[in-house]
Structure formats: structure tokens, C-alpha cells
Design a protein around this ligand. Structure first.
Ligand code: SAM
Length: 506
């Protein structure tokens, strides 16, 4: 099997030592340390140094790695078995172990979808997966991380035992495991999540943590899962919790901002979606509008609007010399009227009809020619408060008209429409306020694919926020711009809208 199939990125021993340092600070001292996918044995080596009396048990698929691990460990205390995780009877394997048990390690970071894409069989049998926990039904997702499955399998097998689990995994995996264990009322107690620099240790652009939980005793209620910025951090930055069946990022901030939870009015909208930038978007070159095919385009001015994209919004709301053709004023509007009302646009769009008809997204099926989405009266509101959905920061900008015409946003942005500048400015100022920042911090997981999304924004009751900030506004002017972003272990690549996971080499 390939490195990718096996999720094979060996942990540097210093990282394993630091991770076990966290475990040792919490106690108790384990009687046995088990590494279920031990590779060349870094965790077991670190465990041998740290817990001098503990038995060491490793399982690993790769024979060569298992042999290396064996060579690195004190033979009297260690047993390393070549085995496929998915074929080990974990109930039996754990039954023989003395307590307290420590399961430590770094299970493979690969998703079943990625494995499916390369025809790999390094997966649990479908039958087992479904039988395990009803997990699929709970999340409604068929894509899962292999490490998530492994962790759930081990936690299930550990029920009734006294154990600690401490593994390196994606933050999203830790979150889902906490969510599922809570739903299942398993005895799985915090622990915590200690952020690690996955880029530095594994060259992986992904949010990752040391996830630690304890098993034993009653299932916890209202558990708080402290989140630490680094393995050596003494105080947590926030505490995650499961509220109403869903994980929240910061339980204290959630409580502090409960009075703002509701539904935004006006509604947050997505920008225009057309899926044919080369035809629909134009750039000003000198005095001429030119499309993405290099053609000069002269369509009626009333269909042409300045266009802002995520990068413009993230820069603080300054549009580039870019325009978009808006052939409809409402969803599904008949475009054949353009023949009379805008003959030059009609001619231009007709010339590119086939290109527009070839748009892949199913939403265009059965729609009039040249149809676009995300269009309605709100698109033509002169004032907007916008935020980028691509960037990992909650930076709101006021977008005003250009040459007396509303500016359009593309579908990577979200916005609130306003009739007046005053309304837009006070909404934007309120959204930049510390209390709004707190509201979002409670609910945003920055490692999610699109942490800023319509559902999140819509949860903030704008009227309640305006009331809450009205008094404070008089006392103190809020900053012009607030970038709400999680502190990072390593500095982000400047201006990159890419999301973790997209660049991962793991
Ligand atoms: C991310 S590496 C970590 C290795 C080791 N735990 C460490 O921390 O250095 C994942 C390991 O899982 C092993 N592995 C992958 N699939 C496995 C399976 N089905 N059963 C057992 N081991 C597996 C790989 O060979 C690899 O050594």
C-alpha cells in the first residue's frame, strides 16, 4: 500500500515526547501504553522513557515499521504485533490489559473518500462501520476520516474500563468524536484539545490537535473541553462544549451572547452566481470593457454593474475596475425581453449562448438562457455590508454605490442589503463590535471548510445587536475594521484564500 493509503506520516519523537508530557501532567500513570497504529514506534519510545514501569503494546500493518518499532523498544516491556486495525478484535485485545490504560498515538489522517478515489481497501468493512455506532445516521455523512472511525471503535471498546486516550488528529475529527460520544452517552470525559503545528511537524496544511479524553465513570453532562493554543500552553483559550447536540467552539462566549441569538433581519444573501466568468465578467482596459476571452464588449450600461469579489471585500471594500453583466433582476426572470430592452447585450450573450448552456451546475437546468443566481431586489440595494465567505476572518465592509449604481458581489461573498448609507454604516459598526465578535467566536470553528457561511451569519439577530451596541457606541467608537480570526500556531500565508486541507500533503 502507498504512503497516502496508509496515512503514513511518522511522528517525530520530540512531538510524541511533548504530547506525552501533557498526558503525564494530568496523571494517572498508566499501567500499559497501547499504540494501535504504531508505525516506527515514536509514541511507544516516548512512553518507554516517560512511564518507566508501563507495559508497551503496539499494532502496525507495515511489517518493516513493526520491526523498527520492536528494535527501538525495551524487549522485556514491549510487544509489537503486525495487524490490520480493522481486523483486530479490540474488545478482546483490551480485555487483557491492566488499568489504567493509556492509548496514545497518531492514527492515519486520510478520509474514506480519498481512499475510495484511489481504489484503496484500507477501510473498515461497510457492515462494521454501520454497525458500530449508528454514526452515519447521526451525521448524515458518508465521508469520514479513518482516524475518526478508529477512535470511535477504541472508545466504544473501552467503555467500562479506566483509560485515557491521547491522539494526534485533525481538529475536526476531535470535534466529531466529542459530538458522537456525547450523543451516545458514552463515558468519555475531557481532556482537552492542544493545538499542534501540523505544517511544521508533518508539512500538512491542516488544523490539528492532541486530543485527550478519559474513559471511566458515568457519562458526563455539560462537559467543557478546554482548547489550548499549544502543547506547552498553561491556560486554555476557550472551552468547547456540546450544546443542543452540536459542538460549539466557545461555551462561555455562547452564554455571554445568548441574547443576540435569533435570526437576522434583513436576511444575509449570497452574491451573484453565474459560473461563466469569461463571458459575464468584464475588465476595464483603458476605456474599453474586455471579457475573459479577450473580446471587447459593449453592452447597454443599465445591465453593467461594478463587481466585487472576496479579495476586494477582504481588502476592506475597494472594488477593482471590474464589472458583471446582470441580465435578470429576479430569479428565473424571462431573458428574451433583452432582445428589445438591451439588444446589444442580447446579441453579445447570444453569441456565447453555447458556452452559457454548457454550465455544469444543475441549477441552470430548466432556467431561461443566460440565467444567473443570487439575484433579487436585494442585489440592487444601493448599500451593503459584506463579508467574504472564502477567507478565514470575519471582516465586515460597507459597500456603497459606484457612479450612482449598486455594486454587485460575487457568490463567494455574503451581504446585508440596505437602502441608506446610515443604516449600512451602523450595521457594519455593530457587526465589528466586540460583542458581535464574541458571538461569532462562540460559533466558528476556523478549521471548517467554510467557517463563515450564511447559516452562521443569519443566527445573529441584527436588531438585538443594534440595541446592545447602541449604548456602548456613545462611549467608545469601535475600530474601523475587526479581523476576527483564531490565533494561529504558524503565520497564515498572506492573502491566501485557500483553506486548510486543500494544500495538505498528508
Ligand atoms: C500517521 S502514521 C503514524 C505512525 C505512528 N503512530 C507515529 O505516531 O509515528 C499512521 C500509521 O498507521 C499505519 N496504518 C495505516 N493503516 C493501518 C491499518 N489498517 N492497521 C494498522 N496500521 C495502519 C501506517 O502504516 C502508519 O504507520
Amino acid at each position: 500500500m502507498t504512503k497516502k493509503e496508509l496515512g503514513d506520516w511518522q511522528t517525530p519523537v520530540e512531538l510524541a515526547r511533548a504530547a506525552l508530557g501533557v498526558v503525564a501532567r494530568r496523571g494517572p500513570t498508566p499501567a500499559v501504553v497501547l499504540e494501535p497504529t504504531c508505525g516506527e514506534g515514536s509514541f511507544l519510545v516516548a512512553a518507554a522513557e516517560r512511564f518507566r514501569r508501563a507495559a508497551l503494546v503496539g499494532y502496525e500493518l507495515n511489517e518493516r515499521y513493526a520491526a523498527t518499532a520492536r528494535d527501538r523498544l525495551p524487549p522485556k516491556r514491549a510487544r509489537v504485533t503486525v495487524a490490520d486495525f480493522f481486523r483486530v478484535d479490540w474488545d478482546r485485545a483490551l480485555a487483557d490489559l491492566p488499568e489504567p490504560i493509556l492509548i496514545a498515538g497518531n492514527p492515519p489522517w486520510v478520509t474514506n473518500a480519498a481512499l475510495g478515489g484511489i481504489g484503496s481497501t484500507n477501510l473498515p468493512e461497510k457492515r462494521n462501520f454501520k454497525g458500530l455506532t449508528g454514526y452515519e445516521a447521526l451525521t448524515g455523512k458518508s465521508n469520514f476520516d479513518v482516524s475518526e472511525w478508529m477512535l470511535l471503535r477504541l472508545l466504544e471498546a473501552l467503555q467500562g474500563r479506566r483509560a485515557t486516550v491521547a491522539v494526534l488528529c485533525k481538529t475536526a475529527v476531535a470535534r466529531r468524536v466529542v459530538e458522537l460520544a456525547t450523543a451516545k452517552r458514552w463515558s468519555v470525559r475531557p481532556g482537552g484539545l492542544w493545538r499542534i503545528d501540523a505544517m511544521r511537524h508533518f508539512r500538512a496544511a491542516v488544523d490539528a490537535v492532541l486530543f485527550v479524553c478519559d474513559v471511566g465513570g458515568d457519562a458526563p453532562t455539560d462537559a467543557r473541553w478546554p482548547r489550548y493554543a499549544a502543547l506547552d500552553a498553561e491556560l486554555p483559550t476557550a472551552s468547547m462544549a456540546v450544546v443542543g447536540g452540536a459542538v460549539v467552539a466557545d461555551a462561555d462566549a455562547l452564554e455571554r451572547t445568548a441574547h443576540l441569538a435569533g435570526s437576522s433581519d434583513p436576511e444575509w444573501r449570497s452574491g451573484l452566481k453565474h459560473d461563466c466568468a469569461r463571458v459575464m465578467e468584464l475588465e476595464l482596459q483603458g476605456r474599453r470593457w474586455v471579457n475573459g476571452l479577450g473580446e471587447e464588449v459593449a453592452v447597454e450600461d443599465h445591465l453593467l454593474f461594478a463587481l466585487m469579489k472576496s479579495s476586494d471585500v477582504a481588502r476592506g471594500g475597494t472594488p477593482r475596475a471590474r464589472a458583471v453583466i446582470v441580465p435578470q433582476t429576479a430569479l428565473g426572470e424571462d431573458t428574451s425581453r433583452l432582445r428589445q430592452t438591451a439588444p446589444r447585450a442580447w446579441h453579445y450573450l447570444s453569441t456565447h449562448r453555447e458556452r452559457l448552456r454548457a454550465r455544469k451546475s444543475a441549477v441552470y437546468r430548466g432556467q431561461p438562457d443566460f440565467a444567473i443566481f443570487g439575484v433579487g431586489p436585494y442585489s440592487f440595494a444601493p448599500w451593503k455590508v459584506a463579508v467574504s465567505g472564502l477567507y478565514k476572518r470575519c471582516a465586515f465592509s460597507v459597500v456603497g454605490p459606484r457612479r450612482d449604481k449598486p455594486v454587485m458581489l460575487d457568490d463567494t461573498c455574503y451581504f446585508l442589503p440596505f437602502a441608506s448609507e446610515e443604516e449600512a454604516r451602523s450595521a457594519c459598526e455593530a457587526l465589528r463590535s466586540p460583542i458581535a465578535q464574541d458571538f461569532f467566536a462562540a460559533r466558528i470553528f476556523w478549521d471548517a471548510k467554510r467557517p463563515i457561511n450564511k447559516a452562521l451569519l443569519q443566527k445573529l439577530d441584527l436588531a438585538a445587536l443594534l440595541t446592545a451596541t447602541a449604548g456602548r457606541k456613545k462611549e467608545k467608537k469601535f475600530p474601523d475594521r475587526v479581523d476576527l480570526a483564531e490565533p494561529r500556531v504558524s503565520p497564515p500565508r498572506q492573502g491566501s484564500p485557500k483553506r486548510p486541507g486543500e494544500r495538505t500533503r498528508r
